[in-house]
Design a binder for this molecule. Structure first.
Ligand SMILES: CC(C)(COP(=O)(O)OP(=O)(O)OC[C@H]1O[C@@H](n2cnc3c(N)ncnc32)[C@H](O)[C@@H]1OP(=O)(O)O)[C@@H](O)C(=O)NCCC(=O)NCCS
Length: 298
């Protein structure tokens, strides 16, 4: 087993296992992946209209089953899953076993499965080549200060910063298990020049910044990935990135770390808040917006 809880069964690390569907084309291997599926998964596989989406789904299922089987010492085809009211899949485990939590994400050319013992985790991967207009989406889904920051960037920088914030938001939403029900502008990120990520939560989220750890990764020149970990009062968990060929091998992957919450950061004090308010007013003034509608800094 690769993920080992400490003696008390508490989490020690998060594994982020990445699979590259384009590299997994060997017919015999794909037949082995199909043999892992339960009847529900097989039914869903048969419903895809496009081969590319069908293949991505198959690799995703094989990745999740392979990763969780290795960590539970089970056969991958024997694993059973339940789904929360809001659509979050969970592994069904025997009573008393250290509770494995996972989350998955897929995009063109990349599938990710994050796995950890005992804490909420969310992962999101996106292709920065997706045909979308960052400013239009940011206006609708992002907090005012995030949108204002994007207005101040151009070209590739704007697009990449958009996907950094998008993946962070989705990873957070997924770690909470909320899905689409959570308005994405209620969590607000800022990546500083030194690569640390500042986070603010709107009071309506009823959540504490100090409980969370965020990591942004660059799995390829075209992809962004973010991981959200509700680590509570623990110190930051170690994040290991793996390249996984389901059922075949799982190796360390030197994936560049783009940004992360500062280790040991426990939220911000009153002077941080005042500084942040000033900075946000300046950001907004630069792009011709006023501070109306900007949520309170927790
Ligand atoms: C769950 C959700 C957050 C993920 O959407 P996505 O980025 O399109 O897709 P991903 O590949 O990253 O994740 C999908 C996986 O998340 C998991 N998932 C589904 N519902 C979930 C939930 N409530 N909580 C956690 N994970 C969930 C599933 O495993 C799903 O994969 P599967 O259907 O193959 O099993 C999506 O339902 C959603 O709410 N998207 C928000 C879209 C949006 O408004 N985007 C604007 C961004 S600024």
């Amino acid at each position: 087993m690769l993920t080992s809880p400490d003696a008390a069964g508490s989490p020690t690390q998060v594994d982020v296992c990445l699979a590259l569907p384009d590299e997994l084309q060997e017919p015999a291997l794909l037949r082995r992946y199909e043999a892992l599926l339960d009847p529900g998964e097989r039914g869903r596989l048969g419903q895809f209209r496009f081969d590319r989406h069908r293949h991505q789904y198959l690799v995703t299922r094989a990745l999740v089953r392979s990763v969780l089987a290795e960590r539970t010492g089970s056969d991958p085809e024997s694993l059973r899953f339940s789904t929360s009211r809001r659509g979050r899949p969970e592994l069904v485990q025997t009573a008393g076993a250290p509770r494995l939590r996972f989350n998955l994400s897929h995009t063109d050319g990349l599938v990710a499965c994050a796995v950890v013992v005992g804490v909420d985790v969310g992962v999101d991967v996106e292709s920065c080549e997706r045909p979308l207009e960052p400013l239009a989406l940011a206006k609708t889904f992002f907090a005012r200060s995030e949108a204002a920051e994007l207005y101040g960037l151009i070209g590739r920088d704007r697009r990449e910063r958009f996907f950094t914030y998008w993946t962070l938001k989705e990873a957070y939403v997924k770690a909470r298990g909320d899905g689409l029900s959570l308005p994405l502008d209620r969590v607000c990120f800022r990546v500083r020049g030194d690569g640390t990520v500042d986070v603010r939560f709107d009071a309506r989220l009823d959540d504490g910044v100090a409980d969370w750890q965020f990591v942004v990764l660059k799995p390829s020149a075209h992809h962004r990935a973010a991981v959200a970990i509700r680590r509570g009062a623990r110190s930051d968990l170690r994040t290991r990135t793996r390249k996984t060929v389901p059922l075949v091998c799982d190796t360390s992957f030197g994936c560049p770390l783009l940004a992360a919450t500062a280790a040991g950061e426990r939220g911000c004090d009153a002077s941080d808040v005042a500084r942040e308010r000033r900075r946000r007013r300046q950001d907004l003034a630069q792009v011709g917006l006023d501070a109306a509608g900007v949520g309170p800094v927790p």
